[in-house]
Design a protein around this ligand. Structure first.
Ligand code: NAP
Length: 491
């Protein structure tokens, strides 16, 4: 499809938001946010210099003194308002998401819906955040525990879900009484600006939410080292997450890490293969495979492998790759040149190691979008357990198929990567479904649905190198965002 005139964007400017003001950086330095479908500049964005990052932390620290004393149900009223504004701005937010990182518009719209649901869920938590009351062993005494906010929280977020992964952190931090400095991925700075404008319009007091911009290596590290930042809430790669945790450890910050995955779909011989193939294709290729919960592996019992592969290929060849604003398209471009070269490299390696490409395995040329980072949804079979494609996260539209002798071997293969985020199991056998749920080393297990359909209020996070044990999307986020205080009252 040729790009229509009204799909073009005039590049905008993105600057920092500190203490309730949109501010130019004190030392001008800029980077660009680029549309991955056509290489056009979407925005010119300020890099926050060290002094401005310091100021954002100071503003958040200052605002914390008042914000922490606002009763939680009143803090939540800002979130109710944010949800309303998000409803009104949904089309603009979704369109910008597609322009900045490439996912198809239907997915972008669904992401804004998720953000709205998350906002209302967390606003509701303003009336809960329960503590305990305990019987005292002494006369005339009561004991209770209450959740207290911890102070300035730095949120560092990736580009694949530009709004929702920030929303989970921001909403939980704010309703709990913390103030925030947010550093979004440089790839999606305009989405961050639009989201910050929503908070501004809600009337959130100055300094409660601050936006700083620039590369993680510079700005992210400043936040991780700063003694006045009391927690880091991070979603991104395992490598960067480990580095941040190390840095943050020096000042004993709380650290919440949502990291990479090498998620698998186990298909047992008795499974409904149509259902399994549909779940696999959706899990592997939605968001062009650029999801932490994307299915990168299928582990199938040998007796049904050929039949399953035939169905997977049949569904995959129906996917149209192209510009995310085109309603006929189901898979947009990869987010940037780095993603494109990583995916291409992994496919070459998989072939060198003996994998056989059943579908895709090459870039896609889209008419009118010759500069775009389009890659075909790719299915590779004959993958062995020791192959890199079986063990490492690709973060792209590449599905590796491995064979298992039986249920036990399928679980063993599932568990042998460094990651432990999401596993799906297709079976109608109650015994194996329950055993899979207990034996798979994953924070999320799905019986008879794909690897990535998280729901609001259900704890989200991974085992092993997929995280550090914390959870978000639910009230469990308060384990990081609040501190317990125990109050003894004698009378
Ligand atoms: P990334 O390179 O780790 O970047 C994530 C964020 O960290 C960005 O804001 C980035 O900023 C910043 N950053 C990069 N290097 C940094 C450093 N040295 N110090 C501090 N901050 C730094 O990850 P990504 O490529 O954006 O996202 C893909 C990864 O995220 C995948 O591994 C995926 O599985 C994971 N992910 C996990 C979840 C989950 O919930 N478990 C969800 C989504 C994605 P700049 O990019 O601006 O430099």
């Amino acid at each position: 499809m040729k790009e229509r005139e009204d799909d073009r964007v005039e590049p905008t400017t993105v600057i920092q938001y500190i203490d309730g003001q949109w501010r130019n950086p004190r030392q001008p330095e800029w980077f660009e946010s680029v549309n991955p479908a056509n290489g056009e500049t979407v925005a010119v964005c300020a890099v926050s210099p060290e002094g401005d990052v310091e100021e954002s932390i100071a503003a958040a620290k200052n605002a914390f003194r008042r914000w922490r004393r606002v009763p939680a149900p009143q803090r939540a009223t800002y979130l109710w308002k944010v949800a309303e504004i998000l409803e009104a701005r949904k089309p603009d937010l979704a369109r910008m998401m597609t322009l900045e990182m490439g996912k198809v518009l239907a997915e972008s719209l669904a992401e804004v819906d998720t953000v709205i649901a998350s906002c209302r869920y967390m606003a509701g938590e303003g009336r809960r955040m329960f503590g305990d009351t305990l019987p005292s062993g002494m006369d005339n005494r009561t004991i209770m525990t209450v959740r207290e906010p911890i102070g300035v929280v730095a949120c560092i977020t990736p580009w694949n879900f530009p709004l929702s992964l920030a929303a989970y952190k921001l909403f939980a931090a704010l309703v709990a009484g913390n103030t925030v400095v947010w550093k979004p991925s440089s790839e999606v700075a305009v989405c961050a600006k639009l989201f910050t404008e929503v908070f501004e319009e809600s009337g959130l007091p100055p300094g409660v939410l601050n936006l700083v911009l620039g590369s993680g290596a510079r700005v992210g590290n400043l936040l991780a080292r700063h003694p006045d930042v009391r927690a880091i809430a991070f979603t991104g790669s395992t490598e960067v997450g480990k580095g941040l945790a190390e840095m943050a450890g020096r000042t004993l910050k709380r650290v919440s890490l949502e990291l990479g995955g090498k998620n698998a779909v186990l298909v047992l011989a008795d499974a409904d293969l149509d259902k399994a193939a549909a779940g696999i294709v959706q899990s592997a290729f939605a968001t062009s495979g650029q999801r932490c919960t994307a299915a990168g592996r299928v582990i199938v019992e040998a007796s049904v492998q050929e039949e399953l592969e035939r169905r997977i290929v049949q569904l995959t060849e129906k996917l149209t790759v192209g510009y995310g604003l085109d309603p006929k398209v189901q898979m947009g471009p990869l987010a940037n040149a780095k993603q494109f070269s990583t995916v291409s490299r992994y496919v070459l390696t998989a072939k060198d190691e003996g994998g056989r490409v059943l579908f895709g395995g090459h870039p896609v040329s889209v008419e009118g979008f010759e500069e775009g980072f389009f890659y075909a949804p790719t299915v590779i079979t004959n993958v062995q357990r020791h192959h890199r494609i079986a063990r490492e996260e690709v973060f792209g539209p590449v599905l590796a198929i491995l064979t298992a002798r039986d249920f036990d071997e399928a679980v063993e293969i599932n568990n042998e990567t460094q990651y432990g985020l999401s596993t799906a199991v297709y079976t109608n056998n109650l015994h194996y479904a329950n055993r899979a749920a207990r034996e798979c080393e994953s924070g999320l297990v799905y019986i008879n649905s794909g690897t990535s359909n998280a729901e609001m209020g259900a704890a989200f996070g991974g085992f092993k190198d997929s995280g550090n044990g914390h959870r978000e999307v639910s009230y469990h986020a308060f384990d990081v965002m609040t501190e317990w205080k125990t109050i003894y009252t004698s009378y």
